[in-house]
Write a protein that binds this ligand. Structure first.
Ligand code: ZN
Ligand code: ZN
Length: 326
C-alpha cells in the first residue's frame, strides 16, 4: 500500500510498504477515503511543532470504511467512520472529569504517533465514530477540524445577533466564520491575506477585512485563530466591555494589558481540540444541515500521488482546506 512518510522535517515522500497486519482486539482496519491537510500538518512538515516526533506518517483528519475488524471491535466491516486522532486513556483524573481533550496521556496521530495519510491504517475502534448515511465522506472529512470550533464556541454564547470577530482566516478561522454565521451572529473575519478574505466572502454575508480596517469597533466575542502575537494583542482591544476572547491559535506568548482586562471585566478563554464523542456528534448534526455553508472552505481535492502540489498549496497559505482523495 501507499503511504506518505516524513523522515525529518521537510523530507516528505510517498512510499510503498507491506500490507498491514490484521487488526487485533478492539482494532479496526480502515480503507481511507479522504484526509484533510491541517495547519498542524504544515507545522509538523516545517518542524515547527515542539511535540512532533520523527520519522512519522502524517495525517489526522481522516474518514474511511472499516475493511477488517478485530474480535472486540465496536464496528463491523463496511461501517463508514471518522477518526478521533487524539487518544485519551479514560482513566486519569482529567478523563474522569470528562476532559478527554486534555488527557494526561494523550497521543496525537500524525504529530507524535503515526497518522493516516495512507491507503489503509489500523486503529482502536474506541477512536472512531460511525457516520450517518446522509453525511457523505467529502463533508465528513471536516468533522475533526470543525469539532475544534464547536468545542471553542461552547465556552461562550454565540447566537442570533451576537457580534463576533474572528481574527485569522486559516482553516479553523474559516470554519469559525461559517459556523458563527450559521448561528445568526454578525461576523467580522480578519486576515492579512486578500485571497482568504475572498473565500470568507463567498460563505455568506460576512464582513471580511484587513486588521487595519478595524478602528473603534468592538465585539461581544472575539475568536483568536491566527496564532500570532499581534493578533492576540489586537484581539484583546476588540473585545467589548464584559465580553470574551476565545483563543484557538497557539501563540507562545503575548502582552496582556491586565488593567484593561480588569476594568472592562473581560474573559480570556483557552480551548484545545474537542471532547469525544459529544463534540463530534454535535459537529455531525451541524454538517447534516445544508444551511451551514462550508463548501467554499474546501479549496482543492487532490489524489495522494499529487502530495507535493497538495503540500505546496497548504504551505502557501493562500487556500482554504486541501483534501486528499485516496
Ligand atoms: Zn487538524
Ligand atoms: Zn486520560
Amino acid at each position: 500500500m501507499l503511504e506518505l512518510f516524513l523522515t525529518n522535517p521537510t523530507e516528505l515522500q510517498l512510499r510503498t510498504v507491506d500490507a498491514l497486519p490484521s487488526p487485533k482486539g478492539d482494532e479496526i482496519k480502515i480503507k481511507t477515503s479522504y484526509g484533510g491537510i491541517c495547519g498542524s500538518d504544515v507545522s509538523v512538515y516545517r518542524g515547527k511543532l515542539p511535540h512532533a516526533t520523527y520519522p512519522l506518517r502524517p495525517g489526522h483528519e481522516l474518514v474511511g470504511t472499516v475493511i477488517e475488524a478485530g474480535p472486540q471491535a465496536s464496528y463491523p466491516v463496511g461501517t463508514r467512520v471518522v477518526i478521533l486522532p487524539n487518544t485519551f486513556c479514560g482513566e486519569c483524573d482529567l478523563c474522569l472529569k470528562g476532559h478527554t481533550n486534555i488527557c494526561r496521556h494523550k497521543k496525537s496521530l500524525g504529530v507524535n504517533s503515526n497518522g493516516g495519510f495512507s491507503e489503509e491504517f489500523v486503529i482502536s475502534s474506541k477512536f472512531a465514530l460511525s457516520l450517518p448515511d446522509d453525511l457523505p465522506d467529502e463533508k465528513a472529512v471536516l468533522i475533526e477540524p470543525l469539532a475544534v470550533v464547536v468545542h471553542a464556541f461552547k465556552k461562550v454564547n454565540i447566537t442570533k445577533g451576537t457580534s463576533v470577530a474572528i481574527v485569522g482566516s486559516g482553516n479553523e478561522g474559516m470554519l469559525a466564520s461559517a459556523l458563527a454565521y450559521y448561528l445568526g451572529a454578525h461576523v467580522t473575519a480578519i486576515d492579512i491575506n486578500p485571497k482568504k478574505l475572498e473565500i470568507i466572502k463567498s460563505i455568506g454575508d460576512i464582513n471580511a477585512v484587513y486588521p487595519s480596517d478595524i478602528h473603534d469597533e468592538t465585539f461581544d466575542v472575539v475568536i483568536e485563530a491566527a496564532g500570532v502575537r499581534s493578533s492576540v494583542e489586537q484581539g484583546i482591544e476588540l473585545v467589548k466591555p464584559g465580553g470574551a476572547m476565545v483563543l484557538i491559535g497557539m501563540t507562545p506568548e503575548a502582552n496582556i494589558p491586565v488593567i484593561q482586562l480588569v476594568r472592562k471585566e473581560l474573559t480570556l478563554l483557552g480551548t484545545i481540540i474537542y471532547n469525544f464523542p459529544s463534540d463530534y456528534q454535535q459537529t455531525i448534526e451541524y454538517l447534516q444541515d445544508p444551511n451551514l455553508n462550508i463548501s467554499p472552505i474546501v479549496s482543492k481535492i487532490v489524489p495522494l500521488t499529487e502530495y507535493q502540489s497538495a503540500y505546496e498549496s497548504a504551505l502557501s497559505g493562500d487556500y482554504g482546506k486541501i483534501v486528499f482523495k485516496f
